[in-house]
Design a protein around this ligand. Structure first.
Ligand code: NAD
Length: 300
């Protein structure tokens, strides 16, 4: 029996939930929690009919925190999203309070599974979940720079007309303005990317990746499908015990930050050490400082 509870059923939560329902056989039970009770009552009914269309026998309901007790994963998508011009870090005070109270309620149920976090700023919120749950740090996984990494691969693929499957490129650091592309470790097939694509083009692509969320929010006020697929990928890695490496918010030096980690049924079972170039090391340290300062200011 595989059970997932989703807390926060807005744009991101519902895009992810729709993914779960349409991935037949992945889970047996899905529970929706939101402060907007009427919305999730309606969503649960609508989704149950969607499941019937594909002959899935998944059980879906609008639940309460008591349902978190036997859940394999509790996914947190609750909280405020960015308004036009707002950075992810601007959300910190508001979302800190929301996440704190959610985690306390989840833990009261006796939950002992894996927390998966999407709420921004996601690295800081992963820290908050660990702090208030008291669970081992590997039991908390934030989506980190997984989405940024996929955006980078997509833009490179568009530029050089090579399938994303053969593009091994990575974004690490804060899921935010201080994230950075790790060109020194990126390859197209086996060939170093720095030997294949001009530095000017790489710089332009890196800049675009950092600003894509702002662009999408300008157009449609929110982003959801990209992160929903990242959440699905991490969920599969956990429930199918895949031991795959993903750039998620990972515990390092008392904070969470985007780094490659091995994900399986136990959560994050190991974060990899990446040997960065001098320039990338500086960017990584800067990103760590941004997260540390945000946590410090949040806690005063
Ligand atoms: P939304 O406003 O559409 O949905 C948020 C939901 O949370 C709402 O349904 C609201 O009722 C619910 N909620 C608020 N407080 C709650 C509480 N105390 N308990 C339970 N539910 C509560 O927002 P969204 O667009 O779905 O974004 C959600 C979060 O995901 C934001 O923080 C956003 O920045 C983040 N996000 C992260 C990524 C990523 O890559 N990690 C990408 C996109 C969005």
């Amino acid at each position: 029996m595989k059970k997932v509870v989703v807390v926060g059923c807005g744009n991101v939560g519902m895009a992810y939930i729709n993914n779960l329902v349409n991935t037949k056989g992945l889970i047996n039970e899905l529970v929706l929690i939101d402060i907007n009770r009427e919305k999730i009552l309606g969503e649960a009914m609508d989704l149950s009919h969607a499941a019937a269309v594909i002959n899935s026998n998944i059980k879906i309901k609008a639940g309460t925190y008591a349902d978190c007790f036997a859940a394999d994963i509790v996914v947190i998508c609750a909280g405020k999203n960015q308004d036009k011009g707002e950075t992810r870090l601007d959300l910190v005070r508001n979302n800190n309070e929301i996440i704190k109270s959610i985690v306390k309620d989840v833990m009261q149920s006796g939950f002992n599974g894996v927390f998966l976090v999407a709420t921004n700023p996601v690295d800081v919120m992963s820290y908050v979940v660990q702090k208030y749950s008291g669970l081992p740090s590997g039991k908390i996984i934030g989506t980190g720079t997984l989405l940024d990494t996929e955006r980078l691969k997509y833009l490179l693929s568009q530029k050089i007309h090579i399938n994303t499957e053969n593009i091994h490129a990575y974004v690490l650091g804060e899921h935010g303005d201080s994230s950075f592309a790790v060109w020194s470790k990126s390859t197209i097939g086996m060939v170093p990317i720095l030997d294949t694509v001009s530095k000017d083009d790489l710089d332009a692509i890196e800049y675009e990746v950092k600003h894509l969320a702002y662009k999408i929010i300008d157009y449609k006020k929110e982003t959801s499908y990209g992160v929903a697929n990242c959440l699905l990928k991490i969920t599969k890695a956990i429930l199918n015990d895949e031991s795959i490496v993903l750039n998620v918010s990972s515990p390092v030096d008392g904070i969470y930050i985007g780094l490659p980690s091995v994900i399986n049924k136990d959560g994050n079972i190991g974060t990899m050490k990446v040997s960065l170039s001098e320039d990338e090391k500086e960017k990584f340290e800067h990103s760590k400082d941004v997260i540390k300062t945000t946590i410090k200011n949040m806690e005063v």
